[in-house]
Design a protein around this ligand. Structure first.
Ligand code: THU
Length: 135
């Protein structure tokens, strides 16, 4: 199994632990950091629906807590009819740490697609510091 398929497998494993009783849509994500370590997450929903967190952001939080700061790839696994790229909020969350990220999409039946985060989020918000003379 190559590295990308191993990452997809880690995302599929995490997906099996998703807490998605409200949408019924389980998502798994796995980030590979620059030293090759893998950090996985699953979506976690809540009865207060707006509190739900996506699998991708769960994976980033876990990775950061485990000491990782830069990443080369994320795998995202769902079982939908079409492959599902990360939502806009997750794209913004990912670009903070990995503007060059490869985004691997997969389902459980062998469908695969690959994007660059830079193409999914063309003009990210990156720097909130005001200009020095801008007031
Ligand atoms: N979801 C993710 O985990 N990642 C995404 O990029 C989009 C959506 C989750 C959130 C919610 O638990 C379920 O999928 C349905 O939107």
């Amino acid at each position: 199994m190559d590295d990308d398929e191993a990452l997809i497998e880690a995302a599929a494993q995490a997906r099996s632990h998703a807490h998605a009783p409200y949408s019924g849509f389980a998502v798994g994500a796995a980030l590979r950091d620059r030293s090759g370590r893998v950090h996985a997450g699953a979506n976690v929903e809540n009865a207060s629906l707006g509190l739900s967190i996506c699998a991708e952001r769960a994976a980033v939080c876990r990775a950061v807590a485990e000491g990782a700061r830069s990443f080369d790839a994320i795998a995202i696994v769902t079982a939908s009819e079409v492959l599902t790229p990360p939502c806009g909020a997750c794209r913004q969350f990912l670009v903070e740490f990995a503007p060059e990220l490869r985004v691997l999409l997969a389902d459980l039946r062998g469908a695969r697609a690959e994007y660059r985060l830079a193409e999914l989020l063309a003009h990210p918000f990156r720097d909130y510091r005001p200009a020095r003379s801008g007031g």
